[in-house]
Design a protein around this ligand. Structure first.
Ligand SMILES: [Fe+2]
Ligand SMILES: [Fe+2]
Length: 268
C-alpha cells in the first residue's frame, strides 16, 4: 500500500460536472463531507496506532493516514467551488466537524474506531458502484472529477482492511462493529441528504417548471438506482462473518492506481 497524489486542480470546474446534474450534486454532497470525516478517521487511527503492538498494522496505519490525507486535501480543493453558489454549505460542514470533535472528546476509542470501520465499509460499496455501474453517467463528465473519485475510491478499496483490523486490535467485536456501522450510515446519510437537498433546491430555484420536474425525476431515478445496487451490499456488512479483506477488487481499480505511480527519478 502506498499513498499516491494525482495533483488535480479544479480551475473552472463546475458543480454540474456530469450531464446528470442530480448524480453530480449527490456525489458533490459526499465530497463535502470528506475533509471532516477523513481528518477524524486519521485522528482515530493515529490514537489507536499508539496502542497497537503489531508492526505490520502500525505500518498500514501510517499508509492509511497518508492516503486519507491526500484524499481530503484534493476534495477540499474541489469543495471550495461550492461555497459561493451554495451559501448554507459552510454551516452544514461546520456541524459535521463539531459532531466529530464531540465524538472524539466523549466516546471511547473503540466506539470511534467502530464508526471509522463503518465509514470504510461504505467506501468499498461506493468503489464498486463507481468503477462498475455508472459508465453511462460518466460519459461526457469532467475527466478531473472522474479521476478524483476513481483514485480516491481505488485507494479506499486498497486500505479497506485497516480500520477493520484496528477495531479488532482494540478488542471490538461484532456488536461494536455493527453499532459503529449503523451509526456511520445514519449520520452520513443524513448529512449527505441535507447537503444534496440544499444543492438541488438552490439549482431548482433558477429553473422553469418543466426543467425542475425533470430534475426531480433525475434525482429520484438516481437515488433508486444507487439503493438497488447498494442495499444487498449494505446488508452483507451486517453478517457476523463480514470481512472486507475478502471483497473482490472493483474492475479497473488496480490498473487506475498503477497509472498514478510514477517511478522515482533514479529508477530509469
Ligand atoms: Fe479516503
Ligand atoms: Fe478510507
Amino acid at each position: 500500500m502506498i499513498a499516491r497524489n494525482p495533483r488535480l486542480s479544479f480551475e473552472a470546474a463546475l458543480p454540474h460536472w456530469a450531464p446528470d446534474h442530480a448524480f453530480a450534486q449527490i456525489t458533490n454532497a459526499g465530497s463535502t463531507s470528506l475533509p471532516a470525516v477523513e481528518t477524524y478517521l486519521n485522528k482515530v487511527v493515529a490514537r489507536a496506532g499508539m496502542q497497537v503492538r503489531d508492526a505490520r498494522l502500525a505500518r498500514d496505519i501510517a499508509q492509511f493516514c497518508a492516503q486519507e490525507g491526500n484524499h481530503y486535501r484534493q476534495h477540499r480543493l474541489f469543495n471550495k467551488l461550492l461555497y459561493a453558489p451554495y451559501p448554507q454549505l459552510k454551516s452544514l460542514e461546520e456541524e459535521l466537524h463539531a459532531d466529530y470533535a464531540r465524538m472524539l472528546a466523549k466516546d471511547s476509542l473503540q466506539a470511534n474506531a467502530a464508526y471509522c470501520e463503518g465509514f470504510e465499509s461504505l467506501g468499498i460499496i461506493h468503489a464498486e458502484f463507481f468503477f462498475e455501474r455508472i459508465d453511462d453517467l460518466l460519459q461526457g463528465a469532467d475527466p478531473r472529477l472522474v479521476r478524483l473519485w476513481q483514485w480516491h475510491l481505488a485507494e479506499e478499496f486498497e486500505h479497506r482492511a485497516v480500520c477493520f483490523e484496528v477495531l479488532r486490535a482494540l478488542g471490538g467485536g461484532y456488536f461494536r462493529r455493527v453499532g459503529g456501522y449503523l451509526r456511520a450510515m445514519r449520520h452520513l446519510g443524513r448529512y449527505g441528504k441535507r447537503v444534496s437537498d440544499h444543492f438541488l433546491a438552490t439549482d431548482r430555484a433558477a429553473m422553469d417548471r418543466a426543467t425542475r420536474a425533470a430534475s426531480v425525476r433525475l434525482e429520484r431515478r438516481y437515488r433508486a438506482r444507487f439503493m438497488r445496487f447498494a442495499l444487498p451490499r449494505l446488508l452483507r456488512v451486517l453478517l457476523p462473518w463480514y470481512d472486507p479483506r475478502r471483497r473482490r477488487a472493483p474492475r479497473g481499480a488496480a490498473e487506475l492506481l498503477v497509472t498514478l505511480e510514477r517511478p522515482p527519478a533514479s529508477a530509469s
